[in-house]
Design a protein around this ligand. Structure first.
Ligand code: FES
Ligand SMILES: [Fe+2]
Length: 382
């Protein structure tokens, strides 16, 4: 590392998850271990984003996550409840049913009625029978503004302390743009895309890339079940995405970036753009902090939310819109790439095909080894 540039520390969130998973992760590590791919079973015991908290009211919504079809709504008490979207009687989809003011859902087929915990409270055709033995699955949900998190796996293992801490986004020191898209591809393709940002200058051009961006040395640190990629680019102007919003224009800066796999549902990226000359009133440091929230919908389709936060001009709303619009355009290029690659897998069955790995894949391969380990443990009942 050059002596002129100070090390840019990893986020405390990544550190916390590394600490929490270090012992378990080290028990069966091995360099020859198999790595996860698009067919590896999804990791159920993990927190994933269900929705924007502000988009859920006292009305039935429906979303598939990790192969579970959910119906969910905000109860009169303000908490959000998520239930199996399938009546226990004849599988009628409950999001096409009636939500009553007392937070019960009445199935629109034969009227079986469920409370917000998923227990049946009424069978219209058998009014004298105790309905409580009929139940639908109830999923743990936690609200952390601006998101709702859901746990699709074993509810006894759901620990809200394992939800990443991003409370700082609600602070005035940060402004952000955000977005969501649905993706035709396995969720690991998004994690891989984020672990190897040498694609910036090729897939995204001058909006995100700079001429020498892909050549930066990458330090990969694997710790517990986390993997961090750390890179430094010295002496280039910022790409189009940041040049105007920072006000730095063509000023030559140094860029340092961490991009970390934290959990199967969460990737965190933090960038420091350093202007050693302090051309704007002596200010040297400008940060972008991006939350990538990845929820498999099914084995080969994915929900993806993001928050693109900045500590420059944080309260100027036009930059919120700018970052929402421009990151949507950039991430659509990623989504197209992943969709096209998925189509290649689907349309040509080339026996014995193995992906070639290059140096920049070190972090992504480590991530895939960790996910395989998690999947193996989960399939073994761990
Ligand atoms: S299918 Fe729901 S009550 Fe019959
Ligand atoms: Fe990208």
């Amino acid at each position: 590392m050059p002596e002129t540039i100070a090390e840019f520390p990893i986020s405390p969130v990544v550190k916390k998850f590394a600490d929490a998973t270090r012992i378990a992760a080290n028990t069966n590590a091995g360099s020859n271990a198999k790595i996860a791919d698009r067919d590896t079973p999804l990791i159920q015991n993990c927190w994933y984003i269900l929705d924007w908290a502000g988009d859920v009211e006292h009305a039935l919504k429906n979303r598939m996550i990790l192969g579970h079809d959910l119906v969910y709504f905000r109860t009169q008490s303000g908490a959000v409840t998520a239930l199996q979207n399938r009546c226990a009687h004849r599988c009628f989809p409950l999001h096409r049913s009636v939500l009553h003011n007392n937070d019960t859902i009445q199935c629109n087929y034969h009227g079986l009625t469920y409370n917000s915990e998923g227990s049946c409270v009424k069978i219209p055709s058998a009014p004298n029978k105790d309905p409580s033995s009929i139940k639908i699955q109830h999923y743990p949900v936690v609200e952390r503004s601006p998101f709702l998190w859901v746990w699709p796996g074993d509810p006894d293992k759901a620990d809200a302390d394992q939800i990443p801490d991003y409370d700082w986004v609600n602070d005035d020191a940060w402004g952000y743009g955000d977005g969501y898209y649905h993706l035709d591809g396995n969720y690991l393709a998004i994690h891989e895309n984020l672990m190897d940002i040498t694609h910036f200058q090729f897939l995204h051009g001058a909006v995100l890339g700079t001429p020498n961006f892909a050549e930066a040395k990458i330090d990969v640190t694997e710790d517990g079940n986390t993997v961090d990629n750390y890179r430094i680019n010295l002496g280039e102007p910022l790409p189009g995405l940041h040049s105007e919003a920072t006000g730095l224009g063509k000023t030559v800066v140094n860029r340092q970036a961490h991009s970390a796999f934290v959990t199967p549902g969460f990737h965190e990226a933090v960038t420091l753009m350093n202007d050693p000359a302090g051309t704007q009133g002596g200010r040297n440091d400008y940060h972008a902090h991006i939350l990538h929230l990845i929820t498999p919908e099914s084995q080969y389709t994915t929900h993806y939310w993001w928050i693109f936060a900045r500590d420059f001009n944080p309260t100027v709303k036009k930059w919120d819109k700018f970052y929402s619009d421009s990151t949507r355009a950039v991430f659509t290029e990623d989504a197209d790439a992943i969709d096209w690659m998925e189509q290649q897998w689907a349309k040509e069955d080339r026996a014995g095909f193995r992906e070639a790995n290059v140096l920049a894949d070190k972090g992504a391969v480590a991530m895939r080894r960790i996910v395989q380990r998690m999947a193996d443990a989960e399939q073994a009942g761990g």
